[in-house]
Write a protein that binds this ligand. Sequence first.
Ligand code: ZN
Length: 387
Amino acid sequence: MPDANPLAAQVREYFETRLPAMLARLEAWTVCESPTTEPAAVNALRREVAAAFIAAGAKQQFHADGTADAALELTVQGGTEVKQGELLVLGHLDTVYPLGTLARQPFRIDAGCAYGPGVLDMKAGLISALFALQALHALSLAPRRRLRLLFTSDEETGSRTSRPLIEAAAKGAAAVLVLEPGAGPAGALKTARKGIADFRLRAHGRAAHAGVDFEQGASAVVELARQIAALAAWSDPARGLTVNPGVVRGGSRVNVVAAEAEAELELRAWRLSDLQEAEQRLAALRPLDRRVRLEVEGRINRPPLERTDAIAALFLLARDCGRELGLDLAESATGGGSDGNFTAALGIPTLDGLGAAGEGAHSPGEYIRLDTWPLRAALLALLFARV
Ligand SMILES: [Zn+2]
């Protein structure tokens, strides 16, 4: 590439020999299993990740009282012509796999791919950021802005404890890069994500003997079933609104009219207004059988990541950086949420899907592609230098 930008050419050249070191790191962090539900295991990984980033020039952030959160927060100084506003890099340390998964899903490399629990979502993404920092350091370059890296511990269960940390870290950020995997084997970047709302709908009826006093009973199960049928019809593919009654429970015995029943519902939508409207409709639900009482509880858990002009501009910058590296990057939208949903909802341009490319996240076949992984890490290095 005779007319390639010198910086891109240097970064690309640096990464031409990095794959073995990246893979060694990936194996080490994959065999350090880190399910959200095992804080001691996640902390063990957190210590390894902290040590690696500190060795690459990052500083770990602590609270004024010297304590750290379950999340790992690091900063990296910008260069001499540092821009106003930080660049926030979001990742998560936890995986969905219980301890012991490695025994039946070991880390392995086969036919240009690396397999193992959490390699794609998202241990490879954390390693991309680590090597991007090392690349800048090796080339005597600094990030254009001060970098703040926040790696959380409960993303896979909805980020309940880390959401305030993410929102605090995003204050003063000019942009956010998210290390979640790219979409599909081509690893498209993500500029839109659906928002998610979780609700529980309970029906309280009246128990009765199904043979002796049938008319005296008011079935919570029948009421709930009718409500679910109506709720499912709210799904609107054209708008991207989905209502999934994923879990249903109810009743006690087959010869008893059911006094209690409940459903767990998950709603997703591209637009916050659609979720808010559905939330209002849920709150206003009335029983079809007036003897049954309905109870609704729940909330919008992740607001949508809505594609703004600023997000589109950030994607175009990444696409151009990719072209200089010989990496062809498409743009995609996904129904899945990430921590990027929170920062985008604060109005901060957020580009997601910057981790590795691969498939099978959260499944026994989870893998990353090795042919594009170093180039995607090189892309991060360029973004650190240019955003
Ligand atoms: Zn993830």
